[in-house]
Design a protein around this ligand. Structure first.
Ligand SMILES: [Zn+2]
Length: 166
């Protein structure tokens, strides 16, 4: 992926650059999926894995991650609208912190849509070997949309392939 942190002017992070990020998600059973004594597999695990991997590989992998307030977005709108679908847009700078909270909300949206009796309770994103962010808790409380002019249900809460609200 690539990103830039628009609020860190005069920093290396302001210049668009890339990372090989590793994402780990942890799921917990909601308690209603008793193992059947034969297959002994948690419900929907295979389906979820394919949905999640598909979203990561098709939408997130190689995305350009930008703040909704970054003027680079105007460049893409005007000059390369075809590339907007590869732009992941976060409310404010696309730090690993906000990404982890958005991913947490997204995977739970997929689980709910697919009626799978599990919820994500932890997301880890390793941005570099010395920088990992762990999120657990309520993404609703963690993500501020004060400066985000999106729909009522933004992309991170929708169970679809979206990575922005354009
Ligand atoms: Zn970076």
């Amino acid at each position: 992926m690539s990103h830039r942190l628009f609020n860190l002017k005069n920093s290396k992070c302001f210049v668009p650059h890339g990372h090989n990020e590793y994402v780990k998600v942890y799921l917990a059973s909601e308690g209603e999926d008793r193992l059947d004594g034969s297959w002994n597999m948690s419900n929907g695990f295979k389906a979820l894995k394919s949905t999640w991997h598909n979203w990561i590989d098709e939408a997130v992998d190689h995305s350009m991650q930008l703040s909704n307030l970054d003027p680079l977005l105007d460049y893409f709108k005007e000059n390369e609208p075809e590339n907007l679908k590869h732009t992941l847009i976060t409310p404010g700078d696309p730090t690993t912190e906000i990404l982890a909270a958005c991913f947490y909300a997204k995977i739970n949206a997929f689980l709910e849509r697919d009626d799978i009796d599990m919820r994500c309770n932890r997301v880890e994103i390793e941005e570099t070997p010395t920088n990992t962010v762990i999120f657990h808790g309520d993404p609703e409380k963690a993500i501020s949309v004060d400066h985000y002019d999106g729909p009522e249900i933004p992309w991170w809460k929708r169970a679809d392939m979206s990575i922005n609200d354009l």
